[in-house]
Design a protein around this ligand. Structure first.
Ligand SMILES: [Zn+2]
Length: 482
């Protein structure tokens, strides 16, 4: 008999013996009854859920509030060992984007075994995921009616704040091992309608992740939802339509592969910032996956892109100041709103930089700067500064006589709110994501080059914010060769 089974034995006794449940216990008991009874819920050992669905591209769509970029998900299978707190999800997804680099199905296998999160690659090799991803997957274990109500029935769980909102009765749950979630049930049917958990997002800060349950069906003596829709705040991230599900069937091997379980948790490496001179007063600050560029004017410095997160952007800012300690770094040009390229904007604001971005991003960045980051306080939460932001329409020239940079709206296949920077003196074009030298095919490149021709720029060098600098001719060659 496992420790978990021992712990659960008193629950049934307590549920029947306790004459007057509290209001918060009432919500949980009603949910358990509607699902088929507390004893049935507590007896569920495995869940195997199969279906298809849709995934959305939070933070990577063509404009900040768009949700048109989706993946069609097929072969979805999620197997859960309920008492063992293990799950494995496998699926195939095909991008349904207007523009995409290749349309082959991507296969994913993601697992969680208590605190150990892992992915299984196409070659069958498993790798352990970072602590934050494992935490997300542990929280995800609770985003199902059976696992959530089971956790809430645990006498060691703390139930608080019972309330009614609209058609839902709601209770907050803190599990015995410290995981917090909110359970909402339908006031009439008493079936769970949603489970929400609080989380941190690098760009958005405090977010609520919710999974709503619908289309309940009777399976193996309990009620299970046939539709599960997950959102980050108001943005839908995944929609699963169940075609087949079973209780207590063989869920397969759900233990983390031994090599993964014994592997250490990957920790983020300190950012490495290298300096490469593009020309006099222009540098490429690389050293990781996401680069920035630095431009020197007569009385100040201007950064192009504040990518990834606080750590990367603060290291880039420090390097820029080290390079020209006598000139203040006052501006940052944001290439586009995608989360990997705007993840350091809050850090840049905390360092007093003025943000220059495409006009289509202004409202989004204003909101991003205002958002609370209480769960994981970032640089701006610790050092609040007001946002100074300047919008660019089709073109803006930044010049002081010694240096001139033209900012242009870039053609919109990758992002409709994207800027590129041109230094006419050096005939150098700083760009991002439409072209990555060496990594083909370049889906966005041909329309990009056609648009570039209309600008009549005499580009000789490409300074990409991923990969290495190349002559313009290389980009033209790559556009025609695939
Ligand atoms: Zn992008």
């Amino acid at each position: 008999m496992t420790r978990q089974t021992l712990l659960l034995l008193p629950i049934v006794v307590m549920v029947t013996a306790c004459a007057k449940p509290t209001e918060e216990q009432r919500v949980v008991r009603d949910a358990a009854s509607a699902l088929g009874g507390a004893d049935k819920v507590l007896a569920v050992k495995t869940l195997v859920i199969e279906g298809d669905g849709t995934q959305y591209n939070l933070g990577q769509d063509v404009v900040p509030d768009a949700s048109g970029q989706t993946w069609a998900v097929t072969d979805y299978k999620r197997a859960i060992d309920v008492p063992g707190e293990r799950a494995r999800t496998q699926l195939a997804r095909v991008p349904k984007f207007t523009y995409w680099q290749g349309l082959a199905a991507q296969r994913q296998v993601q697992g969680i075994d208590k605190a150990v999160g892992y992915n299984v690659g196409a070659n069958g090799a498993a790798s352990r995921v970072a602590a934050a991803a494992a935490d997300d997957r542990r929280a995800e274990l609770l985003r199902h009616p059976i696992t959530a109500v089971r956790a809430a029935l645990d006498p060691a769980a703390r139930l608080t704040n019972p309330r009614t909102e609209g058609d839902e009765s709601i209770v907050d749950v803190l599990t015995s091992d410290g995981r917090a979630f909110t359970l909402a049930i339908d006031a009439t049917t008493k079936l769970p309608t949603r489970v929400t958990t609080a989380a941190n997002n690098v760009n958005l800060g405090d977010v609520i992740i919710s999974t709503t349950f619908a289309d309940y069906q009777s399976v193996g003596g309990v009620q299970l939802p046939a539709r599960l829709t997950t959102k980050t705040d108001d943005f839908t991230t995944a929609d699963v339509r169940v075609t087949k599900q079973a209780v207590d069937t063989d869920a397969g091997e759900l233990a983390a592969p031994p090599a993964v379980a014994s592997a250490s948790v990957p920790v983020p490496q300190p950012p490495n910032v290298t300096v490469e001179e593009v020309s006099r007063g222009v540098w490429l600050l690389a050293g990781g996956s996401h680069h920035s560029a630095l431009v020197e004017f007569s009385d100040h410095l201007m950064l192009i892109d504040a990518p990834q997160n606080d750590a990367r952007t603060l290291a880039v800012i420090a390097k820029a100041r080290e390079l020209r300690p006598d000139k203040p770094l006052t501006q940052v040009v944001n290439s586009h709103h995608h989360f990997d390229h705007s993840g350091g904007i809050r850090a840049a604001v905390s360092e007093g930089l003025t943000v220059i971005t495409h006009q289509g991003n202004v409202a989004f960045f204003e909101e991003m700067i205002k958002r609370p980051h209480t769960r994981v306080p970032d640089a701006l939460a610790k050092n609040p500064k007001p946002l100074k932001i300047e919008a660019v329409g089709d073109e803006r020239v930044i010049t002081d006589g010694t240096m001139t940079v033209h900012l242009y709206a870039a053609p919109g296949e990758h992002s409709e709110t994207m800027l590129m920077a041109y230094v006419p003196r050096d005939r150098a074009l700083v760009l991002i994501d439409v072209y990555e030298p060496g990594a083909g095919p370049h889906m966005f490149l041909r329309p990009f080059l056609e648009d570039l021709k209309k600008r009549n720029l005499r580009v000789e060098r490409i300074v990409p914010l991923h990969e290495k600098m190349v002559p313009y001719g290389q980009m033209v060659k790559d556009a025609t060769s695939n």
